[in-house]
Design a protein around this ligand. Sequence first.
Ligand code: IMP
Ligand code: MG
Length: 171
Amino acid sequence: MAQTTLISRAQIFDRVHEMGAQISTDFSGTEMIMLCVLKGAVFFATDLARAMTLDVALDFIQVSSYGNQKYSSGVVTILKEPQLDMHGKAVLIVEDIIDSGLSMREVFRYIESRGASRVKTATFLDKPKSRKVPFQADYVGFSIEPQFVIGYGLDFAEKYRNIPEIQVLSE
Ligand code: IMP
Ligand code: MG
């Protein structure tokens, strides 16, 4: 397996701070629940939260993942439900990467059904050319080509999450 840097630590730092400032402006004066999609988005969510000037409540959701494969099975189930009451709240769903769009579509629908008054989405990475269903995030860190990436929370078979930059994984 070869690993090459795609997005450096410095680029990640700068972009996450830009996003934090933008979201703080857009959500100014609202009570926000930041909903982190486990496990990949943990690294991005904690950096993003610290780049924001709002008071944020933090919650977690987990949906079925790819298992040990690089491609989605196309079936999304909720493995862990959020704990906080979302009624009348602004919820920012925070994801590591949007690929087929299936996971985000499912999480988005689910959170809307829990009575949130405003649901917005932030993803660190986006692979817009890989969509199987249409989905556009409100905040995107970086748009990338369809390729398998690791690091900054993103794994391959649970490995490489703690690499502090984004790398392309190739055979
Ligand atoms: P989607 O449902 O196909 O949009 O997939 C979203 C999820 O698949 C992400 O939250 C990741 O956990 C995983 N995923 C998609 N692409 C990659 C990748 O390039 N590297 C690591 N995980 C990925
Ligand atoms: Mg994920």
